[in-house]
Write a new protein. Structure first.
Length: 277
């Protein structure tokens, strides 16, 4: 495995998007979810992949090494991922986790040079219903209050408590929440900008139909959110051209790529080997 490098590019509006690069081999671009940057999200998974793949770990705006901007709306986050992928100079396998799946699918639908998309537990808010939606609204109020008081690590803990299983939450220590803390302001801005946005989004059926490359869909067996992630996997599979739905991974929850990365890495590597050829 080669040493750590840094890859930089500029998004469409001029915001610099940066990610570390680890490993050597066919390129994987791994897109973090809402509470993370590119380093924190993949700290468990990349060591299992970097001996076979070049792992690019971009952070969207306002997170990690990337610059910030006032606009965190869905088009801007899609442009961040698209610009990063295009700057690599060849087709890549795009990997997304949670909200990162939405940004990855948006880039693929828009024509970014992607040979395949791999998705772990896509977070598609319009699919959320009933008590889960009520709990999400309450969670964001509590998160916003903690962040507004400067308690960013507590805000991160609130977010993880909404979706994590009891076993997962017991495994996450205070140091982890401190590493997530700097991403909380961007998480809140992205959530508010997404709620205010009235344009077409990546998970609309007509947009998903534009994703013609293979899409791996993986989820954990354990969840705090009822049927939400089985519903989101089904939503994507029903509308993309070439879905590859895998059985739920036994014992894993939403934070599986971080806490129990081995089965997730095995799924990603097997899929990438097939689509890269």
């Amino acid at each position: 495995m080669s040493g750590v490098r840094v890859h930089r590019t500029v998004s469409l509006d001029g915001t610099q998007i940066v990610g570390r690069v680890r490993g050597l081999g066919p390129p994987l671009v791994l897109v973090h979810g809402a509470p993370h940057d590119g380093d924190v999200a993949w700290e468990g998974l990349v060591p299992l992949l970097a001996d076979r793949f070049t792992c690019y770990l971009p952070s969207v705006r306002g997170r990690g090494l990337s610059e910030d901007s006032p606009d965190h709306s869905p088009p801007r986050l899609r442009e961040d991922v698209t610009a990063f992928v295009e700057s690599i100079g060849g087709p890549v396998v795009l990997v997304g986790w949670s909200a990162g799946v939405v940004w990855a699918l948006a880039a693929a639908a828009g024509g970014a040079p992607v040979v395949a998309v791999a998705a772990y537990e896509p977070t598609i808010i319009p699919v959320m219903r009933g008590d889960d939606a009520v709990r999400r609204d309450a969670m964001y109020r509590e998160l916003g209050e903690a962040a507004g008081a400067g308690r960013l690590a507590d805000a991160a803990r609130v977010f993880h408590g909404f979706v994590g299983t009891d076993r997962e939450l017991a495994a996450l220590d205070a140091g982890y929440y401190e590493r997530c803390a700097p991403s909380m302001p961007a998480l809140l801005r992205a959530g508010r900008d997404a709620a205010a946005y009235r344009g077409t989004v990546a998970t609309d059926p007509q947009q998903l139909a534009r994703v013609t490359v293979p899409v791996l869909l993986v989820r954990g067996e354990q969840t705090r959110l009822g049927t939400f992630y089985s519903d989101t996997v089904r939503h994507v599979a029903d509308h993309v051209a070439d879905p590859r739905v895998r059985p739920p991974l036994p014992g894993l929850g939403h934070w599986g790529p971080l806490l129990e990365p081995e089965p997730v890495a095995a799924e990603l590597a097997a899929f990438a080997d097939v689509v890269v050829g």
